[in-house]
Design a protein around this ligand. Structure first.
Ligand code: PBG
Length: 337
């Protein structure tokens, strides 16, 4: 018996994969709780933790319950929460003016969180969709078209309202042109120089936002309308780079790509081009898909959760907005191999 005629590989990548120690040594990316921003849904009332059917494990929280979740986030070393309000129907209007009510749900939540957890970063969504009776992110004309500059003026008021209440980061998710510059100028004029802006720069007109719209109750109001006249065409990547360039030039501190997993190429392109702090939003539909498959026994929940989160780091994201934040941080605390 001879093996003389066989040629063997000189390079065997499997050598390094053979043992835990060498796999650990050559691991290129790591995930920690510091990578996460946890989006939470808040609502009026007390003692309310109302489960969101399409988002297993996520609930609409009254502010007293929000404090308990914030405590968990702090204990798990998650750096920040992102607040999304569920607004009562009688407070919604054509112009969404509740969005800049200084005694509204969001500013009250910010003040409460800051008084209990001054070190926990608080990010707020700047957009009108939770507040408009038609579910669009801005004010509309008779044809339903979202008016850019009129909307931007209201967004500036909303951002100032959040910043005055103590928000650390405001995050315009509306995709109006020029809103980052307008908000930055207003913040500077009001001496709110430490308020960071995370721009939803490359936000696509995606179908993956469905469960979120259920959660905040904007989907029903939106009806069959879409957001394609302001959110980006899913076919485009150069346009994303253009949007990011504009937002950085207008004063954004951080930029975001949204949705997440189907847009890893965009995250990579943005990071390579600008080297700016770049974030990904693993949106509600992505979260719902993983949960739904796991509930059927088709996918391993923890495994897919961690794999999807690591993919964002690999693509170049500095951090991830994810509904998995608490679960993933808990898992990371438990075993770090
Ligand atoms: C709205 C907003 C949306 C999300 C965050 N901010 C939905 C939309 O644009 O309709 C989606 C987040 C998610 O799906 O998890 N300004």
């Amino acid at each position: 018996m001879t093996t003389l005629n066989r040629t063997f590989p000189h390079t065997r990548p499997r050598r390094m994969r053979r043992d835990v120690f060498s796999r650990n040594l050559m691991r290129e990316h790591t995930l920690t709780a510091h990578d996460f921003i946890y989006p939470v849904f808040i609502t009026e009332g007390e003692g309310i933790r109302q489960p969101i059917p399409s988002m297993t494990g996520q609930s609409r929280l009254s502010l007293d319950e929000l404090l308990k979740i914030a405590q968990e986030a702090v204990d798990l070393q998650i750096p920040a929460l992102a607040l999304f309000p569920v607004i009562d129907a009688d407070k919604k209007s054509l112009d969404g003016k509740e969005a800049h009510n200084p005694d509204g749900l969001v500013p009250r939540a910010i003040r409460l969180l800051k008084s209990h957890f001054p070190q926990l970063g608080i990010m707020t969504d700047v957009a009108l969709d939770p507040y408009t009776s038609h579910g669009q992110d801005g004010v509309i004309d008779a044809s339903g078209y979202v008016l850019n500059d009129e909307t931007t003026e209201i967004l500036v008021q909303q951002a100032l309202c959040h910043a005055r209440a103590g928000a650390d980061m405001v995050a315009p998710s509306d995709m109006m042109d020029g809103r980052i510059g307008a908000i930055r100028t207003a913040l500077e004029d009001c001496q709110l120089i430490h308020t960071r802006i995370m721009a939803y720069s490359a936000k696509y007109a995606s179908h993956f936002y469905g469960p979120f719209r259920d959660a905040v109750g904007s989907g029903g109001n939106l009806g069959k309308a879409d957001k394609k006249t302001y959110q980006m065409d899913v076919a485009n990547v150069n346009e994303a780079l253009h949007e990011v360039a504009l937002d950085l030039a207008e004063g954004a501190d951080m930029v975001m790509v949204k949705p997440g997993l189907p847009y890893l190429d965009v995250i990579r392109a943005v990071k390579e081009e600008f080297k700016a702090p770049t974030f990904a939003y693993q949106v509600s539909g992505e979260y719902a898909m993983i949960h739904a498959a796991a509930a059927n026994g088709w996918l391993d929940l923890d495994g897919c959760m961690m794999e999807s989160l690591m993919a964002f780091k690999r693509a170049g994201a500095d951090g991830i907005l994810t509904y998995f934040a608490l679960d993933a941080a808990r898992l990371l605390q438990g075993k770090q191999s």
